[in-house]
Write a protein of this length. Structure first.
Lengths: 335, 252
């Protein structure tokens, strides 16, 4: 790790901690009431969902429209697990239960990602999109008819383990992991498939293997997001994980820029907070929301950040530079 | 010593025989040209040798190992890599990243180490960075390391594709029309480059080319195919005066 990278790590760590402290103070002083804390938690969960979808949609470049299905699997699996664990009466701290539940949710969803990815990834583009829609509908209908998890009435009585503090740090960790994935040998292999599958194969990349890997990883993190959702809402109903929810996530990723993690984060924040802010204009809400999307797609079809990442270090450096330029101009005038 | 050999390979697409009983023997460190009129089946032969197509009949051996029914990436690992007739770079990635992707098999860390950035990740990435930069420098492309592949000049794109093919450390390098679309100066430069990499990396080069100046200038041996059959084989001088070749190109 060289000097510049160490500096970047330091700056980003400071920024993340500072942001956390701001929220911490706001919550402690009750400046942010429960309603806003709730929005913040949902935003964090949507950020995780968008980033995980970005692995398939952005890195691998495939249209996956069934992300809600993986989220549902993660949510139900983790909720069943944590309920069983709490019933068993083991004296575990809440955080440990949550972490275990997230891992279980992630792994179960990841296994389903693997099982579904293996046969369907022979398809490309819109065909894959249709298959993934079909798959997520199967999941939804399965849960509607599955007695042990409450069926259509929903799963009640999940212990609420998620608060803003743990969801924030989980989001940061997931963001870090997906970011580093994109810059590792495995991430490069996945991205090369997006760029040109035939060339990737000719460059020695086992493309099928990496496609399945990308699909499973995306499902894993979607499962983690689902686990957080389950332990925040403390109630799950299958109808939430419908087709529109998958589309919503896909819209977030496209708007943020396919392949850009920071883009996904920003766009998840905007698209989760915006509908809440527009709540007072109830009847115009969907209109404004759609208009924002249309305007965005006309003027910036590649998304907010395109394929690039927002870099805090570069941003700070450009600020310093601008200041210096101003100073030197000012100095020139004085002399 | 034979590095790559093909025995009686045949490729049929439905009723059409694109390649008929083709034979090939490449010795170590040889520079061989494969020429023929349009539609003669040269690229089909390439695709069979690199695993894109599975021959209908015949046997292909790479370093004494059969590569029939092996996938392209397995064949790359066994030591044969290629470039494409129409350049296929990873357009939205930098030149360095293009090379690093092909260097994939020599980077040794798993996904968990990569995602958590352990010491092994940094060591291996540093090694990869240095090796790939070295490779770009060999092609005088060090200054373009951070340029997106799509923004490179045409000649540099061709070179980058060769550099990428070399990153997987092949024994046999197959170039599919490397001079296509190049002007005479660029072609001359390319000739030098091909000669140079053959000696520098000690590899066997098989190339398809339409530019006769290039083929006659650098190939030690030339194989001429027409309608999927070998019609002549020999040194450039022999080929130039071969009546079958002249007939294939110019007609009776």
């Amino acid at each position: 790790m060289d000097h510049i990278k160490k500096k970047a790590y330091l700056i980003n760590t400071i920024a993340v901690v500072a942001l956390y402290l701001v929220f911490f103070v706001l919550i402690q002083t009750k400046t942010m009431n429960n309603y806003f804390v709730g929005i913040a938690i949902m935003t964090c969960i949507m950020i995780i969902m968008a980033m995980s979808l970005n692995i398939v949609a952005g890195f691998l470049g495939e249209m996956a429209l069934g992300h809600a299905g993986f989220m549902a699997i993660g949510a139900y699996a983790s909720a069943s697990f944590s309920m069983a664990l709490i019933d068993s009466g083991l004296p575990l701290p809440q955080l440990v239960i949550l972490i275990l539940a997230m891992i279980v949710g992630g792994i179960v969803a990841g296994i389903f990602g693997f099982l579904i990815g293996t046969p369907t990834l022979r398809l490309r583009g819109d065909y894959l999109g249709i298959v993934t829609i079909g798959f997520s509908e199967i999941i939804r209908i399965f849960f509607i008819n599955f007695g042990p998890t409450g069926g259509a009435a929903g799963l009640k009585g999940i212990t609420r383990l998620v608060n803003f503090h743990n969801v924030y740090w989980v989001t940061i960790i997931v963001a870090f992991l997906i970011f580093t994935l994109g810059r590792s040998k495995q991430g490069r292999a996945i991205i090369s498939i997006r760029e040109d599958e035939i060339a990737a194969e000719a460059a020695g990349i086992p493309t099928t293997q990496y496609k399945v890997l990308a699909f499973s990883l995306a499902a894993f993190f979607a499962g983690v997001g689902g686990a957080l959702y389950a332990h925040y809402q403390s109630f799950l109903e299958p109808s939430k994980f419908g087709f529109m929810f998958s589309i919503e996530m896909f819209v977030i990723v496209v708007l943020g820029g396919l392949g850009s993690i920071t883009g996904s984060i920003i766009s998840a924040i905007v698209l989760t907070v915006l509908p809440e802010m527009l709540r007072s204009f109830a009847e115009y809400r969907l209109l404004v929301y759609s208009l924002v999307l249309i305007i965005m797609m006309i003027f910036r079809p590649q998304g907010i950040f395109g394929r690039t990442e927002f870099s805090l270090t570069a941003f700070i450096e450009s600020l310093i530079q601008r200041k210096n330029v101003k100073k030197s101009i000012g100095g020139g005038e004085a002399s | 010593m034979t590095v790559l050999s093909a025995k009686n390979i045949t490729m049929q697409f439905g009723g059409l025989t694109a390649v008929d009983q083709f034979n090939l023997e490449l010795s170590a460190n040889e520079l061989v040209g494969l020429i023929g009129p349009n539609g003669a089946g040269k690229t089909t032969i390439f695709n069979m040798l690199t695993g894109v197509y599975v021959p209908t009949m015949g046997e292909i051996m790479l370093n004494d190992q059969s590569i029939i029914k092996k996938t392209p990436h397995e064949i790359v690992k066994l030591g044969a890599s290629r470039t494409f007739q129409n350049i296929r770079l990873f357009k939205d990635l930098t030149a360095l990243e293009n090379v690093k992707i092909a260097y994939h098999n020599f980077i040794d860390y798993n996904m968990i180490q990569g995602m958590f950035r352990t010491k092994k990740y940094w060591d291996e990435e540093k090694k990869a960075q240095e090796e790939c930069m070295k490779l770009l420098d060999i092609f005088d492309m060090g200054e373009y390391a951070d340029t997106l592949a799509k923004n490179l000049p045409y000649g540099q794109q061709r070179k980058l594709e060769i550099a990428r093919a070399l990153a997987s450390d092949p024994k046999v390098l197959m170039l599919d029309e490397p001079a296509a679309g190049m002007n005479p100066n660029e072609t001359a430069e390319l000739m030098e480059t091909i000669h140079f990499i053959r000696n520098k990396f000690d590899i066997t080069v098989l190339l398809i080319e339409h530019d006769m100046k290039l083929v006659m200038g650098i190939c030690e041996r030339i194989i001429v195919v027409d309608y999927g059959k070998t019609i002549a084989e020999g040194t450039p001088d022999e080929i130039k005066n071969n009546s079958d070749v002249i007939r294939a190109y110019l007609g009776d």
